[in-house]
Design a protein around this ligand. Structure first.
Ligand code: UDP
Length: 327
C-alpha cells in the first residue's frame, strides 16, 4: 500500500487531493491539526492528527505510515490577515515547512509536492505570469510561500529532496460528486461569500475595490477548478515516482475574470439575484493575476476541463446548498 502524507488533508484543497489520491490507488494520510480543517472532510484515508509546529507529531506520522511521498498543503493562506499579522505567517508557514522537511529527510521520504501560489509574483502590471517570471510578493502570505520554494531547493542540494512546486492561481469549485467542498472559518473567498449572499446568509457581497486599472475597475483573477488542480498533483507525484527531477508548474487556465464577471456568471448559474455593494480595496491585492503558461498542459499532460466559470460556480453552488459539513 502506497501511503502519501497529505498535510492539510482536512482542508479544502487537501481533502480534494486525498480523494484524487485514493482514486489513483494511493492511501492518503491526512496530517492536520484541525484548526481550520474539517474532520468530516477526511473520508479517503486515515487522519493523523498533528501539528507542523510540533516535530514529534510529524515524526510519529512518518513512523506509523512510512509514506512514499508528501503533499504539503497545510498553511495559513489569507492575504488580508497576512498583511495585518505578518509574523504569524512567517512563523507558522516557514517554520512548519522546515519541521516537515527535516522530518521527511530523517525518514528518507524524499518526494515532495508543494502547494505554492501566484501570490509569490506580486503585482506585475501587464506581465504574463509563468514559471520564469521573477517572484516579487507584496504580502506576507506570498512571501512565506516564496521562502518555502527557496527552502526546497536548499533541501534538494543538501539531502537529495525532489520537489514538484505548483503555483496556483485562484482555486474554486467543489467535488463534482458533492462529498467535499470549500468551507472556511471564517470564509473570506469570493465565490463562497457570493453564494452566501445569494442565499441570504449574508446581506451582500462587498466588491473590494472598483478603481483598479482593469477594464471594469475590479480585480482580475484566473480561476481553476479544485478537481482539476488536484489532478495536476497526481501527475506531479507520478513525475517524481518516475525519477524525474525537481520542477515548478503554474496552474491556471490563462484566462482571467474580473470580480464583476464572476458576479454576472453567478447570477446566470443560480438564476438568482446577487446583492452587491462596492467597498474599498483589500490590502495586499494585486490588480490582475493571470497564468501565462501551458507548461503543466504540455509537460504533465494536465487537462483542466472543469475550469470554466459556469462549472466551478455550479459545483460550488450544489455544495453550498447541501449545507457543507455543518448539517
Ligand atoms: N473579493 C471581493 N470581495 C470579497 C472577497 C474577495 O471583491 O468579499 C475579490 C478579491 O479582492 C480578489 C478576488 O475577489 O480580487 C478573489 O479573492 P479571494 O479572496 O477569493 O482569493 P485570493 O485572490 O485572495 O486568493
Amino acid at each position: 500500500m502506497k501511503h502519501v502524507l497529505v498535510t492539510g488533508g482536512a482542508g479544502y484543497i487537501g481533502s480534494h487531493a486525498c480523494k484524487a489520491l485514493q482514486a489513483a490507488g494511493y492511501t492518503p494520510v491526512a496530517f492536520d491539526n484541525l484548526s481550520t480543517g474539517w474532520e468530516e472532510a477526511v473520508q479517503f484515508g486515515p487522519l493523523a492528527r498533528g501539528d507542523l509546529m510540533d516535530r514529534a507529531s510529524i515524526d510519529a506520522a512518518f513512523a506509523q505510515y512510512q509514506p512514499i511521498a508528501v503533499m504539503h498543503f497545510a498553511a495559513l493562506s489569507l492575504v488580508g490577515e497576512s498583511m495585518s499579522d505578518p509574523g504569524k505567517y512567517w512563523r507558522e508557514n516557514v517554520t512548519g515547512a522546515a519541521n516537515l522537511l527535516d522530518a521527511a529527510v530523517a525518514a528518507g521520504c524524499l518526494d515532495f509536492v508543494f502547494s505554492s501560489t501566484c501570490a509569490t509574483y506580486g503585482d506585475q502590471d501587464g506581465v504574463v505570469l509563468d514559471e520564469a517570471t521573477p517572484q516579487m510578493p507584496i504580502n506576507a502570505y506570498g512571501g512565506s510561500k516564496k521562502a518555502i520554494e527557496a527552502m526546497l531547493a536548499d533541501y534538494g542540494a543538501a539531502a537529495g529532496l525532489r520537489s514538484v512546486i505548483f503555483r496556483y492561481f485562484n482555486v474554486a469549485g467543489a467535488d463534482p460528486e458533492g462529498k467535499i467542498g470549500e468551507q472556511h472559518r471564517p470564509e473570506t473567498h469570493l465565490i463562497p461569500l457570493m453564494l452566501d449572499a445569494i442565499e441570504g446568509k449574508r446581506p451582500a457581497l462587498t466588491i473590494f475595490g472598483s478603481d483598479y486599472p482593469t477594464e471594469d475597475g475590479t480585480c482580475i483573477r484566473d480561476y481553476v477548478h479544485v478537481a482539476d488542480l488536484v489532478d495536476a498533483h497526481i501527475a506531479g507525484l507520478r513525475w517524481l515516482e518516475e525519477g524525474r527531477g525537481s520542477d515548478v508548474f503554474c496552474l491556471g487556465t490563462g484566462r482571467g475574470f474580473s470580480v464583476r464577471e464572476v458576479v454576472e456568471a453567478s447570477r446566470t448559474v443560480t438564476n438568482r439575484d446577487v446583492p452587491v455593494v462596492e467597498g474599498t480595496r483589500r490590502a495586499g491585492d494585486a490588480a490582475a493575476l493571470v497564468c501565462g503558461s501551458r507548461k503543466a498542459v504540455d509537460v504533465l499532460g494536465w487537462r483542466p476541463e472543469r475550469s470554466t466559470l459556469p462549472v466551478m460556480i455550479a459545483d460550488a453552488w450544489r455544495w453550498q446548498q447541501s449545507a457543507g459539513y455543518e448539517h
